[in-house]
Design a protein around this ligand. Structure first.
Ligand SMILES: *Cc1c(COP(=O)(O)O)cnc(C)c1O
Length: 391
């Protein structure tokens, strides 16, 4: 092996940031809120930041947390990562730390994100503007009105829209704004926004990173200077995740590459099969060459992920009947776990929007979003096919 070559993602996912204690192969759980010191002098050195070291868990200064953060940073090729109690906590701290002079949100975003930006942050007097993917021609003009932060998801939920990370980050930078990408759908296995010029990448670790639908957590990665601006907000809003969660998330990340690679392959097979099914109007999946965002996805992603949305040839009732007939797919609004999930955006993730707003966002009554899990893809396809036969 070339001595200068840095280890690839799967190797980093297993080994990066692990601390061995008494021979443990990985970081043990430091289930403690505080750490004791031999002398006041030694305590002050840590408090003053002269020596790194564990101190108090809410500050994130707990080895279960800092070891995990080293792994998280390495997965995105970042200098530093911060662990949060949820994806929303990570977004909130980032927006509050870096978005005070205005936030521009591009495209569709997670429901909680839309509410945080559109309601709570505006209540604080922060200027927040939204533009849809179909309005990108307004981007240059809008950017000239000065924002401190540009934020978007890619791929988006639920229409898997793809935004050009490199081009938008460059435009934002020229206009004096930072760019933060919610890369939850892509995972670090399929996309690294920082290498494409984004300043920060945010993950809901509740999804693929946790991967087993048993952890709520979030993360932000970026350069050390930007991360140091987000850190005091996490600390004083008390947003860090517990050491137990950190240890579970580290456990999950060790198999992230294998899980996501399997999900990529299964999703591709299922998307291709469904795209020619007589009862399906359209499959929204970036891996399909017929999909609008495919060329861009191919440019900035290594593979296309485990999420897709299918649009049935049927009305709301028929679509609900299809969803209810699924046996292996569970009806639940989350994603990224080992179990396959199905959800109708109209009844869950986008239920709160008016019919006009859904139409503006291209979200129809006949859509079902699928999160492809780790079951055998032939079984998943059989399940979808038997449910489609009810239409
Ligand atoms: C789930 C999700 C979030 C919010 O994450 P939580 O961990 O539930 O707070 C943010 N963005 C995307 C794309 C998500 O799917």
């Amino acid at each position: 092996m070339d001595e200068n070559r840095s280890p690839k993602l799967a190797t980093q996912a297993v080994h990066k940031g692990e601390i061995s204690v008494l021979g443990t192969p990985h970081t043990p759980l430091f289930n403690t809120t505080t750490f004791a010191f031999e002398t006041t002098h030694a305590l002050l050195d840590v408090v003053d930041g002269k020596t790194p070291g564990p101190l108090y868990t809410r500050y994130g200064m707990n080895p279960s947390i800092t070891a995990l953060e080293e792994k998280l940073a390495s997965l995105e090729g970042a200098e530093r990562a911060l662990l949060f109690a949820s994806g929303m906590a990570a977004e909130a701290a980032t927006f509050l730390a870096l978005g005070q002079k205005g936030i521009l949100c591009i495209g569709d975003a997670y429901g909680g994100t839309m509410e945080l930006l559109g309601v709570q942050l505006r209540e604080l007097g922060i200027r927040v503007e939204f533009i849809l993917g179909s309005e990108l021609n307004k981007l240059d003009n809008l950017l000239s009105t000065h924002f401190s932060l540009v934020f978007f998801e890619t791929p988006t939920n639920p229409t898997l829209e793809i935004f050009d990370i490199e081009s938008i980050s460059q435009k934002a930078k020229k206009a004096g704004a930072l760019t933060a990408i919610d890369s939850t759908f892509a995972t670090p296995v399929n996309q690294n926004p920082l290498s494409l010029g984004a300043d920060l990448v945010i993950h809901s670790a509740t999804k693929y990173m946790g991967g087993h639908s048993d952890i709520t957590a979030g993360a932000v990665m970026g350069n050390a200077e930007l991360i140091s601006k987000i850190l005091p907000w996490r600390k004083n809003l008390g947003q860090v995740a517990s050491p137990e969660t950190a240890a579970l998330l580290a456990r999950s990340l060790r198999s992230l590459v294998q899980r996501v690679s399997w999900q990529n392959a299964s999703a591709m097979q299922i998307a291709e099969a469904l795209s020619t099914h007589a009862k399906i109007k359209k499959v929204y999946y970036p891996g399909l060459t017929s999909f609008e965002g495919h060329a861009l996805a191919k440019k900035q992603m290594r593979a296309f992920g485990g999420m897709m949305t299918i649009e049935l040839k049927g009305n709301l009732q028929e679509t609900t009947r299809f969803a209810d007939r699924l046996k292996i797919f569970k009806l639940a609004p989350s994603l990224g776990g080992v179990e396959s999930l199905a959800t109708q955006p109209v009844t869950t993730t986008h239920h709160g929007l008016s019919a006009e707003e859904r139409q503006r966002r291209n979200i129809t009554d006949s859509m079902v979003r699928l999160s492809i899990g780790l079951e055998d893809s032939d079984d998943l396809l059989d399940d979808l096919t038997q449910a489609l036969s009810s239409l």
